[in-house]
Design a protein around this ligand. Structure first.
Ligand code: SF4
Ligand code: SF4
Ligand code: FES
Length: 967
């Protein structure tokens, strides 16, 4: 720390910061544009000017603080001991006022119609710089706007040329199709021509741009002023990374999702699936009332809407005390709902709702993490690694935000260079200049090429067996006691040695793997590498090596769904397997009368014949869910379940972090949290009039008490009883407007706002002042706002220091504690050999079925959102050129894949990186839902492909199978 004087007061600030960061960390107001907390400084906009006084004023010569100083840019000036500066000096203020007046000469001043208005950093900085009067009377330059796809609007006239968008898109996110073009007053930020932005992280432009150039197109479709949106702290439900979000609601519809800063997880950025995948919530075909389904005489399913008491009567029959129940849970439902189901049916009758393949992989992943002597890194820690090995996981498509972090890991090498050159770490342009095209070594071993190959030191594409063998061989090369892998080619051995050597010299190596390629052998191989690396030092994960460096091995396993880890932990001590197959055996054996399915389309989990067997064998089926799918159609009774924005609940991310999301708004019609339905059902079964639980807190507490592996979940966020100065925390900003008018159809007097019995948040704008950061727990902060800071940049006021943890600590509780003891046993990676055999068989006329994940199509809920559907690619199978030639197919032709339970017709894409003898089939489409990957299948050319394509008889995704849209 160093001491500096700011406007006559002494402050202690971190050494190495620049003045802008230091001032903002202290809570002082200093305007800026081009600096971004995650991207550092380039000194381009000149808005952060302040006065730095001379070090040694000479009062005898008439010098004083006020007289001798110079204008410096806060973002470009490092702090130093004894430095004296002024933000408020009239010369600094005057300079800043002139800069913004200049920046604004071409700005259209269209705030009343600008979608950024009210949440605009430019508005804030204009006022902060006291530029309140427009003097420029000349003509303004104008630009043409571009079509940039379904996610982003473009209004270039609002640009102030801060270059943040280009720096974010190209330098931070690795995009290639958005540039700065032309010069001077005509500089233009966009694509070379109209077209969809290619980056999977394009949505962050909306938050990075300080003006209204890039805005959220999905919000435009049902626009509401930002201050009229009701918000609550939430967690993204579209993968297992666990990014923190803030959804905004008006009139019962979700209008947008924005990033909610988390110092260890998502930082300032989301992926586009997470940001734009929310519109499934607003679909007009949501299940909003309980439905009784009956077969008609014509063998059609009839839906009868039920009142609450009729529903109760039905349930009373289906789950009466003498009925034998079985519950199938879900990795996309909250812990509370899964636990409530387990309580209803009994622990021995609860199944996690995963396929056998998924269940085995998840349990293995958990075992590995619990036994490992390594650290499970947060995304922030991922960005600090100095060598990375990814085994088998296409992270960009399975855990997208992790891929953005890996891009920053690649740039990490710049920090080392900067340290040598004594350049501060925030000097973005200088570090990039010094770094040139050097990257931190990242090795990617994946099924096919991936979207982050451009930052890889080396890539390897092969079958899961080949990847597992590569990984196991690397482990052996690092630690000779790990099992040896025989039969690798000379080229392969050389690669193994290169990777092992680089990992061996790393201070903080990181191994990433996951369930994405459906291979236990790959997971085991990754565990061996992590174990070998951890074994370089003693028993702890953080030890000094001979050369005095700290060694720490990080190990991150990607899981697929928002609560995959949660249900795996919930079930980890159960005696019976958790898979749907295990459940089926019970049902088929006639042991069960009623099956209760929680928020799970079982047809996405396994072959349709097996799933049908469950539904046909059970006397009654009750399904709780929020949208229509095939399993809903099989139910006798359907109960309308709330989605993440309607209910409170706890999810556990891949990192093992339990985090809570809160209801943003009151659900419509008869929609309730699944745990609430289940609470009533438990009471009914017991013959009690009182629900098992009144509040979600009680469920969370009971869950923690009964499941040792979930110790700590209660602390993920404060409970309902939490108050500040006796008040709840408001979901509505204090500027929220129109509350009386909104409900004028109900009453011309303002209707009483609904109560929230479940959380410490209120559906009001009254409550604990949003304007006082630091007192509210971070897990209960719906949005960031501070006086004078209406944009997302106000988050700085809520951080302990810029880019640091939120005040009071970042939300969530980490549940998985590694054993911390070096294992002596190694995985044999036996499955790899068997799969290799399978792969060899494929050369005799059968192809190995490999998964192909897609960020915009593979995940169930986001794939029901119109903008994401529009962004989804044409779905093709991937074939190696040799295999395509063997089948006499070319790009654009069709193939028929004969699996045990179905025939799949898909277009061909020839892909050089695709392993020979395999066929890459998209995950999660209507046609491919529930496919068992890594099986061998027959593939043949589809002679009728062109006719089929023209007749459009092929349903390629769930959204077209299940139409709906914005309500
Ligand atoms: S478009 Fe926005 S982010 Fe890009 S330069 Fe202009 S004002 Fe800055
Ligand atoms: S990475 Fe996953 S959790 Fe994060 S925003 Fe994207 S889909 Fe959501
Ligand atoms: S923020 Fe310092 S020059 Fe732009």
């Amino acid at each position: 720390m160093v001491n500096i004087e700011i406007d006559g007061k002494i402050y202690s600030v971190p050494e190495g910061d620049n003045l802008l960061q230091a001032c903002l960390s202290l809570g002082l107001d200093l305007p800026y544009f081009c600096w971004h907390p995650a991207m550092g400084s380039v000194g381009a906009c000149r808005q952060c000017a302040l006065i730095q006084y001379e070090d040694n004023p000479n009062p005898e010569a008439g010098d004083s603080h006020e007289q001798r100083g110079r204008i410096v840019m806060g973002c470009m000036t490092p702090v130093s001991e004894g430095m004296r500066i002024s933000i408020n000096d009239h010369r600094a203020e005057g300079f800043r006022g002139q800069v913004i007046e200049y920046l604004m000469t071409n700005h259209p001043h269209d705030c009343p119609v600008c979608e950024e208005g009210g949440e605009c950093h430019l508005q804030d900085m204009t006022l902060m710089s006291s530029h309140t009067e427009r003097r420029y009377q000349g003509k303004k330059r104008t630009h043409q706007n571009q079509y940039l796809g379904p996610f982003i609007n473009h209004e270039m006239n609002r640009c102030i040329a801060c270059y943040r968008c280009q720096r974010y898109y190209q330098d931070y996110a690795g995009g290639h199709d958005l540039q700065a073009m032309a010069a001077h007053n005509h500089v233009y930020f966009g694509r070379h021509e109209d077209g969809v932005l290619e980056s999977e992280f394009s949505g962050n432009l909306v938050e990075v741009c300080p003006t209204g150039v890039f805005t959220d197109k999905t919000l435009s479709e049902h626009y509401s002023r930002k201050w009229d949106l009701q918000a609550a702290p939430s967690i993204c439900v579209h993968c297992a990374v666990g990014c923190n979000t803030s959804p905004g609601e008006r009139y019962g519809d979700l209008r947008r999702i924005v990033n909610r800063y988390h110092g260890q997880v998502n930082g300032y950025f989301l992926c586009d699936r997470g940001r734009f995948g929310y519109e499934f919530v607003n679909r007009s075909d949501r299940i909003s009332l309980a439905l009784q389904l009956q077969s008609s005489e014509q063998n059609k399913r009839l839906e009868i809407e039920l009142t609450r008491s009729e529903t109760r009567d039905q349930l009373a029959q289906f789950i009466a005390a003498d009925k034998r129940l079985l519950g199938i849970g879900s990795p996309r439902a909250t812990l509370e709902s899964n636990f409530a189901l387990r309580e209803l049916v009994g622990a021995t009758n609860y199944y996690t709702g995963m396929s056998a393949q998924e269940a085995e992989l998840h349990q293995l992943a958990l075992d590995i993490l619990q036994q490992a002597s390594v650290r499970i890194p947060t995304l922030k820690e991922v960005e600090q690694a100095d060598v990375v090995l990814v085994l088998g996981e296409d992270v960009l498509n399975t855990s997208p935000r992790l891929a953005l972090s890996l891009r920053q890991t690649a740039g990490n090498i710049g920090k080392k260079i900067a340290e040598k050159l004594r350049v501060p770490l925030w000097q973005d342009a200088a570090i990039r200049e010094a770094r040139q095209d050097k990257n931190t070594p990242i090795y990617l071993a994946t099924l096919t090429s991936t979207g982050i190959d451009d930052v890889a030191a080396e890539t390897f594409n092969g079958t899961p067996a080949a990847i597992a063998r590569l990984g196991a061989a690397i482990a052996h090369a690092i630690d000779s006691s790990a099992p040896e892998i025989e039969g690798l080619s000379e080229h392969g051995m050389a690669m193994v040695q290169r990777i092992a050597d680089t990992l061996n010299t790393a201070k903080n190596p990181l191994i990433i793997s996951g369930t994405g390629c459906f291979s236990s052998a790959v997971l085991q191989a990754a565990a061996n590498v992590a174990q070998a690396l951890a074994g370089r030092v003693n028993e702890d994960t953080e030890q000094e090596t001979d050369n005095g460096q700290i060694n720490r091995t990080d190990f991150y396993l990607c899981l697929p769904e928002s609560n995959s880890m949660g249900v795996t932990l919930l079930h980890s001590e159960a005696e019976q397997g958790g898979s749907i197959g295990a459940a089926l055996q019970r049902v088929a054996a006639g042991e069960i009368d009623t099956v209760v399915v929680l928020e799970n389309d079982l047809y996405r989990r396994g072959p349709s014949n097996e799933i049908e067997a469950i539904f046909n064998s059970a006397a009654k089926v009750v399904v709780l869910d929020h949208h229509l799918h095939e399993s809903v159609a099989q139910a006798d009774l359907v109960l309308p379940a709330g989605v993440f924005s309607e209910v409170e609940g706890t999810l556990v991310s891949s990192e093992g972090r339990a985090q809570r999301h809160f209801a943003v708004h009151i659900p419509k019609h008869d929609i309730r949290a699944s745990w609430e339905w289940l609470s009533d059902m438990i009471a009914l079964r017991k013959g009690s009039e009182t629900p098992e639980w009144q509040h979600v807190d009680e469920v969370t507490e009971d869950c923690e008490k009964s499941v040792p592996a979930l110790q700590g979940i209660v602390k993920a966020a404060p409970g309902e009883a939490f108050r500040i100065s006796g008040q709840k925390i408001n979901r509505q900003p204090h500027r929220y407007s129109g509350r009386t008018a909104m409900q004028a159809d109900v009453s011309v007097s303002e209707v009483k706002q609904p109560e929230d019995a479940d959380s410490a948040l209120g559906f009001t704008m009254e409550g604990y002042a949003v304007a006082k950061p630091g007192v509210r727990p971070s897990a209960l902060t719906p949005l960031y706002w501070s006086p004078g800071w209406n944009s997302n940049q106000s988050v700085g006021k809520f951080q302990q220091e810029i880019n640091g943890p939120l005040q009071g600590g970042d939300p969530g509780v980490r549940l998985i504690v590694a054993a911390g003891v070096q294992r002596n046993e190694w995985y044999e990676v036996a499955g790899a050999e068997q799969q290799e055999q399978a792969s060899a068989d494929s050369k005799n006329g059968k192809w190995l079925l490999l998964p192909q994940h897609c960020i915009f199509a593979s995940e169930e809920l986001s794939a029901l959102s119109p903008a994401v559907v529009e962004r989804s690619p044409v779905h093709c199978v991937l074939l190696h050129p040799d295999d395509a030639a063997g089948l006499t197919v070319d790009d654009g032709d069709g193939v028929i894949i004969d699996c045990a339970d179905r025939s799949i017709h898909l277009e061909v894409k020839i892909d050089q990186s695709s392993p020979s003898g395999s066929i890459g089939v998209p995950v999660g489409l209507a046609q491919t839902a529930g496919l068992v990957y890594l099986q061998r299948v027959q593939v043949k050319k589809d002679p009728d492909w062109q006719r089929r394509a023209e007749a459009d008889v092929i349903v390629t995704d769930l959204s077209t199978a299940n139409p709906g849209g914005r309500s």
